[in-house]
Design a protein. Structure first.
Length: 333
């Protein structure tokens, strides 16, 4: 089909030609596609995309339509009608300091504040969110080529490799594949979810690096126990986010102080106050501390997050969630 002045232009046919030349995955984003004097003018929705993905989308449209014989020039306008979905990564560097527990409970606490929250289990090899959010036997459906997250009893949506593959199966995957798997979880049919919290695996490996490249978080929450070693690892994780230009929302101290359920004596198995001092020294906001309690441990195994309860156990999580809520609204805690 040509579009020279001798041929009256047919907007519907032009749009069909342009659509036909674009990959089907992005059809949902097209708001309009016209041809005016051998120029393709495309308006596409990109409000939910980060800077890198927007550039990629624009380049994709440019190169696909630029190849059409009847087009000399491609103009792309990206619009943002949909509110952009925010991504917060929860990381620590060190294993076992409570990233997963904190992700679950902060997500539940933020949902209690009215946010529409989704949790992504970034721990591809050792998923824990299905258990923490009591969705172990649920299987995500698919919508086209996208996974549909499952909804936990606490109103938080969640997706984990644990929902998709048999236990232990992902263990054979090499690093790049794990990174790709995380990309699929992020790129799922999250619907009206406004905030995604990614529970990262320990360390600063492939999954973290590919996340930074493909679905760069808007902010990161660092978790540490008061131990010096955990703090050093938290600093390394912090560096990873800084290198990737991901703002650090703040540092949480987990397993701070232990109250003996028998005698009430409070002890500090991992030291005390160190995380706050450390945060001050690094000029990172200190978001609060979560005590080491039997309830938190047991409720993790039982899939009953303390943040969902109406007792004191929810308080530390609600207080930290309050600050994250503020960050989401104002960009400052
Ligand atoms: N505040 C707490 N009080 C008591 N137990 C806790 C607390 N936080 C975490 N735990 C327990 O510590 C263990 C490790 O926690 P969790 O799995 O959340 O850590 P993680 O940093 O995600 O670990 P990994 O690096 O393996 O992913 C779990 O058994 C959890 O129930
Ligand atoms: Mg974990």
């Amino acid at each position: 089909m040509t579009n020279d002045p001798a041929t009256p232009s047919d907007p519907a046919a032009d749009e069909a030609v342009l659509r036909g030349a674009l990959p089907i995955e992005i059809h949902g984003r097209l708001r309009s596609a016209r041809i005016v004097e051998r120029r393709a003018i495309v308006v596409a929705e990109a409000g939910d995309l980060g800077a890198k993905a927007r550039t990629e989308l624009e380049e994709l449209i440019q190169s696909a339509l630029g190849q059409l014989a009847q087009i000399d020039e491609v103009r792309v306008a990206l619009i943002a009608d949909r509110r952009r979905r925010m991504i917060i990564a929860v990381g620590s560097g060190k294993g076992g300091v409570g990233k997963s527990t904190l992700t679950t409970n902060l997500a539940v606490a933020l949902a209690r504040k009215g946010r529409k929250v989704g949790v992504i289990d970034g721990d591809i090899y050792g998923p824990s969110q299905p258990r923490l959010l009591a969705t172990e036997r649920m299987k995500p459906e698919t919508q086209g080529d996208k996974l549909v997250p499952v909804t936990s009893p606490h109103g938080v949506k969640v997706l984990s490799m644990g929902h998709v593959v048999a236990p232990g199966k992902a263990l054979a995957w090499r690093g790049p594949m794990a990174g790709k798997a995380l990309g699929q979880l992020v790129d799922a049919a999250w619907g009206d979810t406004e905030l995604l919290m990614i529970d990262l695996p320990p360390g600063t490996g492939d999954v973290q690096l590919s996340m930074m490249a493909d679905s760069k978080p808007d902010g990161a929450v660092l978790v540490s126990t008061p131990q010096d070693l955990a703090l050093l690892d938290a600093a390394r994780a912090g560096q990873l986010f800084e290198d990737g230009e991901v703002p650090i929302i703040g540092l949480v101290e987990n397993m701070a102080g232990y109250e003996c359920p028998e005698c009430g004596h409070i002890s500090d198995p991992f030291g005390s106050g160190g995380v706050e001092k450390f945060a001050t020294a690094l000029e990172i906001p200190f978001l609060g501390r979560v005590p080491l309690t039997m309830q938190t441990r047991l409720s993790g195994d039982a899939g009953t997050p303390p943040a969902a309860a109406d007792d004191n156990g929810a308080q530390p999580f609600l207080a930290i969630a309050e600050r994250i809520d503020r960050w989401l609204t104002n960009g400052a805690v």
